[in-house]
Design a protein around this ligand. Structure first.
Ligand code: F6R
Length: 608
């Protein structure tokens, strides 16, 4: 949610800011801006360079590449609007009355209205409607020659979330950084330092980063940096190639094609087939505590919450631990009743989702054991949970989450075996699950072979305006995921509902213009799904089925079928979701949408 990049060093800052910002555009893309200190023409000599524009960076690429901007200190921002409309004046960097202090901000200042009112009474003149501008005026108010000191005083007055990078013309040769509940990292290069909200922006310059912690302030200078306390260096594990499109038209398609790899990466070195168990090194330190746990609360948002719902079914059926799922934005406000034998499991690709992190803080306050299932190494969630398992899905750039979902499902399946084997799960059952898990990457590759067929279906169905997605048991959450994916990138109306729920109201909408995608693998609820499909067909609704290979009968009752290979019922979501991701992708691409950057959305939702 919003991207920040900053540079200080011997090179020209502008090209570095520009390429970093392009890599961060998936975090927000309604407007963008740059501030570079000590620039030469086309800005007036010795006058800093400030540039802001509404729209996507890619649309202004021609204009930007013609700019010659000198200067080795700069900050840049790509915005996902929270407060204030999408206008140039609301774009970052923001600045104070005297145009001395320039700032980029990721997050939200919750008490900005009262601060603004007070500052206006004191004579400050605001230009934008953006909450972030209050930070500039507060820093101006407290500035007494030392920028970090003014930032420190400012942050004492604000409530909310922030990752900020600030430059002052009156205390030049430094960038001051600070963070609270919004990601911010410091990249350490040779004779240069970078700041970014995401490793993707610094990876071409350095792999050595320091993740700032909440309430920390750092100062970077051309030749050194300091933070208010000692911090460990972390190695970025992604390669640049992984963060690029590799010839695919969109990141989303590339990432769907990497879904088999995401499963493979999650399980690599972790399955112990002979012992019917798994090795999850990240849980070693709490292994004994986990034996005492008799209730699990899984917390996540959006797509990750659907993975958590599949996890709930797995954990109850095979580990026999009562489990429930809460979405992050609800958990902290519903006054949950928990005890010392409850554990919280937090599922998040980014590890930075504000709602999930807020729930994590709430659970920690209650003294509950917390576990993270996270993709991003060193993310806030990874740092703040007691223990956890990385999904190792690699960088996910498209806003719509795809391969990370597969990593989450594979990890939840392994966690089920881990906890199950600590309890009553028999060796033979453990062996069965892990050996089926080992086969999944190959089976997922088989599903991807249907891509051309799914593209044809997308052509056939793309002009419908409404869709149902239905499934039962393990595939009920997959119906929700299929619907979310379709609506977020194609802007068509889609809803996911448990197959058995249709007749309780939703069926009223079915007619020949309302197709349904029915996930009906040959499993324990197959017959029930067939009844639900028949209810739809009786009302004239077109049906696309996702069914198990070899099921020829289904063809007699539905309009179209996509086949997936057979696997254990609890693992079918990892196969059934792949055609749904492909279907959404092709529909959106055929409709001509910006698939990787759907309107109104952004990756990593770091505001509540
Ligand atoms: C949907 C999507 C979102 C995220 C949600 C949680 O395609 O990407 O629903 O799943 O915002 O994000 P993470 O997993 O980063 O916590």
């Amino acid at each position: 949610m919003c991207g920040i990049v900053g540079y200080i060093g011997k090179k020209l800052a502008f090209p570095i800011l520009l390429s970093g910002l392009k890599r961060l555009e998936y975090r927000g893309y309604d407007s963008f801006g740059f501030f570079v200190l000590d620039s030469n023409p086309p800005a007036t000599p010795n006058k800093p360079f400030l540039f802001k524009k509404v729209g996507k960076i890619s649309e202004a690429e021609g204009e930007l590449s013609n700019l010659k901007v000198d200067g080795g200190i700069g900050i840049a921002h790509t915005r996902w609007a929270t407060t204030g409309a999408v206008t140039e004046v609301n774009a970052h960097p923001h600045f104070d009355c005297r145009e001395d202090i320039f700032l980029v901000h990721n997050g939200i200042i919750e008490n900005y209205r009262e601060i603004k009112e007070k500052l206006e009474k004191e004579g400050h003149k605001f230009r934008s409607q953006c909450d972030s501008e209050v930070l500039c005026h507060l820093i101006e108010k407290y500035f007494n020659g030392n920028l970090e000191e003014a930032v420190r005083k400012t942050l004492k007055e604000v409530r909310g979330a922030y990752g900020i990078a600030v430059i002052s013309k009156k205390d030049p040769q430094k960038i001051v950084l600070a963070k609270l509940s919004s990601p911010l990292l410091l990249g350490i290069g040779e004779d240069e330092f970078l700041v970014a909200s995401d490793p993707a922006a610094v990876i071409t310059h350095t792999r050595q980063v320091i993740n700032l912690d909440d309430n920390e302030i750092a100062v970077i200078k051309p030749d050194n940096f300091f933070i208010l306390k000692e911090k460990p260096l972390v190695q970025i594990e992604w390669t640049l190639e992984e963060a690029e499109k590799k010839g695919y038209p969109h990141f989303m398609l590339k990432e769907i094609m990497e879904e088999p790899e995401a499963i493979e990466n999650a399980i690599r070195g972790r399955l112990m087939i002979e012992e019917g168990s798994v090795k999850l090194g990240g849980l070693d330190s709490i292994s004994e505590k986990l034996r005492e746990i008799n209730r699990l609360i899984l917390v996540a948002c959006g797509t990750a919450s659907f993975a958590a719902r599949v996890g709930e079914y797995m954990l109850e059926e095979y580990a026999e631990i009562p489990a429930e799922v809460d979405i992050g934005s609800e958990f902290r406000y519903r006054k949950p009743v928990v005890d010392k034998n409850t554990a919280g499991i937090f599922v998040s690709q980014s590890g930075e989702t504000a709602d999930t992190l807020a729930a994590l803080k709430e659970m920690k306050q209650k003294g509950i054991l917390t576990l993270g299932i996270t993709n991003v190494v060193g993310s806030a969630q990874a740092r703040e949970t007691d223990a956890g398992v990385y999904t190792r899905s690699g960088p996910e750039i498209a806003v719509a989450s795809t391969k990370a979902f597969l990593g989450q499902l594979a990890t939840l399946a392994m966690l089920t075996v881990y906890l199950g084997r600590q309890r009553e799960m028999a060796l033979v059952m453990g062996k069965r699950i892990v050996s089926e898990l080992a086969k999944l990457p190959e089976l997922a590759k088989d599903v991807l072979k249907s891509a051309p067929e799914i593209e044809k279906l997308a052509k056939k169905y793309k002009d419908y305006k409404n869709f149902w997605f239905i499934g039962r048991k393990y595939n009920a959450p997959i119906a929700s995921e299929g619907a979310l994916k379709l609506k977020e990138i194609s802007y068509l109306h889609a809803e996911g509902v448990a197959g058995g729920e249709l007749k309780h109201g939703s069926l009223a909408l079915i007619d020949e213009n309302f197709p349904t995608v029915a996930i009906c693998p040959s499993d324990s609820v197959y017959e029930k799904m067939v009844s639900n499909i028949q209810e739809i067909k009786a009302r004239g609704g077109p049906v696309i089925a996702v069914a198990t290979e070899g099921n020829e009968d289904i063809k007699k009752i539905v309009d179209d079928v996509i086949y997936i290979p057979k696997t254990l019922e609890m693992l079918t979501p990892m196969l059934s979701v792949i055609p749904l991701h492909l279907f959404s992708y092709y529909v959106a691409a055929l409709l001509g949408h910006d698939v990787d950057r759907p309107k109104n959305l952004a990756k990593s939702v770091t505001v509540e």
